[in-house]
Design a protein around this ligand. Structure first.
Ligand code: BES
Ligand code: ZN
Length: 587
């Protein structure tokens, strides 16, 4: 037996799935999918086959000739789900599995009409990263194995289905519609994704289209109008875009992440729609994953930094190309602060502050943080500084080329870099970066006059002429640097002069609200209550609930607010807030 991913039952010595064909009927009434999947193997074969499942009701399994195949669904193990042990007696090119998903499927969020902008139709979306694909499809749910797929979704006729795949048409019959999709490029299972709802779209360029609820689609089209220019910048930096289309799905506010790099159809939180394109670096980030993550994929969650650290680097290179080096530096400076905060948050679990982690028995959602992002970014910029940008850029292109459509470990990365740029790893003391805790001392220092101007303020109310030129990133940075608790007079002056409580930029708004809460400035409470009611993005829920729970005078409100909105949050966000409330110091 050779299980090489701590989060999967997939066994290297068994048959390997090359593609799947899924048919699923989406039933909003029971919040289930009634489904059938044909798994086709790389080569016909037989023997034991272990698949990952979670909360699936397996009804039958048969081989390509229609003969029943014996199987056992094992008891669920924490985080992993249930091993579906299949015993294939006769050589077969494929097996067919009939099953149903559970209303608790961890990859799905079913929204009632009240949770949508339109308020009329229900909505469904999937989020498979890190290990939730198994709650939708019984498969070998490890990024070590890539699959192609076709899918057919049967949905209510009034709705539309979109998928991170090529659209192969829709037919209607009676009350139902059938959407067909095909994913020609092989993907790790965590990139399987779809949504069903009242959706409209606008074309942004020949290869980009934005999808959203009808009431949001024009605002989304305005916000994301620059996406084609971003792709062109990214191609100049990292090579041709390999996924043909780059469409964007603007999610309902309950989406727990900022973005998710589902290939051909990136999912983006509606909180990015600030009205002034000031938060579109989230799109640059998800686009960057088209190279770092989707083309070159971490072999399992222990090497997650290979996905996210490289993507932060690529994101900031795109931002630099489009908005200039100063904006990229400010973004890195903000990342630096967020990294310090994350490392502090993990002070009791310092092993989680390493880039290369050991996650046996650990749920990847539960140890999610910005550490692999920002420490990974800093590690790569340290290498870049050591070898020079031209050599680093050349290496990066060969790295992407060598491992394209593959899955790699940190060891593969080390070996490739050492061969291409001998001595570079030693020069930056890579082992300390990869296997050490916290932050190594040899980080690159960020130089920027705009950054200095913010630091010089040291939290004092900034003069109006300075602020006139500030970007949203500078506002966020400034608010992060205000020492807390801040004096009430400072907070009142900031809000009076700059209307921060009314900000339409969620990054700025939440940085402000967090600062205010941590300073006991209660005037912001109504706005805080609004934000935790209307938004499910964890990046915002975490600091707000943390600040509310840390203060004895608002702790009960934190508990009450969570009780009120719990049902509307995504299961992953719910789990995160529960953790925040449980670990807050009690009076
Ligand atoms: N792939 C991640 C989101 C993710 C990570 C989902 C792990 C599930 C498990 C995505 O690319 C991401 O990093 N999103 C960030 C965007 C930000 C860094 C610009 C987010 O959601 O905040
Ligand atoms: Zn990412």
């Amino acid at each position: 037996m050779a299980r090489r991913d701590p989060h999967s039952y997939a066994d290297d010595s068994q048959l390997q799935t090359a593609s799947f064909a899924l048919t699923a009927r989406v039933d909003f009434a029971t919040q289930t999918l009634a489904a059938e999947v044909v798994l086709t193997f790389r080569e016909p074969g037989r023997g034991a086959l272990d698949l990952d499942t979670r909360d699936l009701a397996i009804e039958s399994i048969e081989d390509a000739t229609g003969h029943a195949v014996a199987f056992v669904v094992h008891r669920p193990e924490p985080h992993l789900g249930s091993r579906l042990a299949i015993d294939i007696r006769e050589v077969t090119p494929s097996i067919r599995i009939r099953y149903r998903t559970s209303p608790e499927a961890s990859a799905l969020q079913w929204l009632g009409p009240a949770q949508t902008r339109g308020g009329v139709h229900p909505y469904l979306f999937s989020q498979c990263q890190a290990i939730h694909a198994r709650s939708l499809v019984p498969l070998q749910d490890t990024p070590r194995l890539r699959v192609r797929y076709t899918a057919e979704l049967v949905i209510p006729r009034a709705l539309r289905a979109v998928m991170a795949a090529a659209d192969r048409g829709r037919t209607e019959s009676g009350e139902l519609a059938t959407h067909r999709f095909e994913m020609p490029q092989p993907i790790p299972p965590y990139l399987f994704a779809f949504a069903v709802g009242d959706l409209a779209s606008r074309e942004l360029s020949p290869r980009c289209r934005v999808w959203a609820e009808p009431a949001v689609v024009d605002a989304a089209a305005y916000e994301f109008a620059g996406v084609e220019a971003m792709i062109e910048s990214a191609e100049a930096l990292f090579g041709p875009y390999e996924w043909e289309r780059f469409d964007i799905l603007t999610m309902p506010p309950a989406f727990p992440y900022g973005g998710m790099e589902n290939p051909r159809l990136t999912f983006i939180t509606p909180t990015v729609i600030a009205g002034d394109r000031s938060l579109v670096s989230v799109v640059a980030h998800e686009l960057a994953h088209s190279w770092t993550g989707n083309l070159v994929t971490n072999a399992n969650a222990e090497h997650f930094w290979l996905n996210e650290g490289f993507t932060m680097y690529a994101e900031r290179r795109i931002v630099e190309a489009i908005e200039g080096v100063e904006m990229a530096t400010l973004s890195a400076a903000l990342g630096r602060r967020e990294l310090d905060e994350s490392i502090a948050r993990f002070k009791d679990r310092p092993a989680m502050t390493r880039l290369r982690t050991h996650l046996d028995g650990i749920d990847p959602d539960e140890c999610y943080s910005l550490i692999p992002y920002e420490k990974g970014y800093m590690f790569l910029t340290a290498i870049e500084a050591a070898v020079g940008r031209p050599a680093f850029a050349r290496w990066l292109r060969t790295y992407l080329d060598t491992f394209r459509f593959g899955a790699i470990t940190t060891e593969d990365f080390e070996a490739h870099l050492e061969a291409a740029l001998p001595g570079a790893l030693a020069k930056v003391d890579a082992r300390t970066w990869l296997d050490g805790e916290g932050l190594p001392p040899n980080a690159v220092t960020l130089v920027s006059t705009r950054l200095e101007a913010i630091e010089k303020l040291a939290g004092a109310v900034p003069p109006r002429d300075l602020v006139a030129t500030w970007s949203a990133t500078e506002w966020s940075l400034f608010l992060e640097t205000v020492p807390r608790p801040a004096p009430e007079a400072t907070l009142r002056a900031l809000d009076d002069q700059f209307a921060l409580t009314a900000s339409t930029n969620y990054d700025v708004l939440v940085a402000w609200l967090t600062l205010a809460l941590k300073s006991g400035y209660r005037a912001v409470m109504p706005r805080v209550e609004q934000v935790v009611a209307e938004v499910g993005r964890m990046k915002y829920l975490r600091p707000l609930y943390t600040a509310l729970a840390a203060d004895p005078s608002t702790r009960d409100q934190a508990v009450a607010l969570f009780a009120k909105h719990r049902a509307a949050y995504h299961p992953i966000a719910r789990q995160m807030v529960e953790g925040v409330l449980a670990s807050a110091p009690r009076p």
